[in-house]
Design a protein around this ligand. Sequence first.
Ligand code: ADE
Length: 231
Amino acid sequence: MIKLAIMGAMEEEIEPLLAHFENVKVTEFANNKYYELTYNGLEIVVAYSKIGKVFASLTAATMIEKFGCDTLLFSGVAGGINPTLKIGDLIIADKLCQHDLDITAFGHPNGFVPGGSVFVETSKHLRQVAFEVANENKISVIEGTIATGDQFVHSEERKNFIEQTFKADALEMEGASVAVVCDALNVPFFILRAISDTADMDAGFDFDEFLKSSAKTSADYLIKIVDKLNN
Ligand code: ADE
């Protein structure tokens, strides 16, 4: 039986998940709360990491190493880059990169450091399950590249750089760091995001307006995926 980690970055991203589960035991560790529960016979640990790559790495590693999770699902919101992605639309990452990792001064490509790789791929199996769920429920979702960095992107200039450099479809602030941790620890993982803004001049305003609704869109779909994992 799998032990599932379900992660978000912000409280708003996991709140609709926690609302769905009952009998949650809260454990505090490393300045964070971990919500342990069983659901349809599945052991699940839910947590939000706080924003950014460092906090997300800490939480992913903790869920795997301390809580013994062997599969990780991430749910949250992202800024859209691909023009077909509108606010509220869903994207599943097939691979992720760190758009702000830069040692180009030494002749390396953007997003690369020795010993690593520009892109980290997500679990094909988990993506397959997610697409089955989408088909069965007539949920519209695309698969694409997600770029991660410790910046809230709100300019055409930065957005264009990320689009052109990595051919990314969406951007956010945690996914690739979770990917690096899961890949290193051999834990299959899945990154789902719903669009809250399009990383342009209006991004701050749109994010505040659509964080909750897009977080819920992502969480509702994620719960359906969890239901499928257990069948
Ligand atoms: N998450 C949602 N919108 C974002 C943006 N514009 N930049 C970074 N992370 C985000």
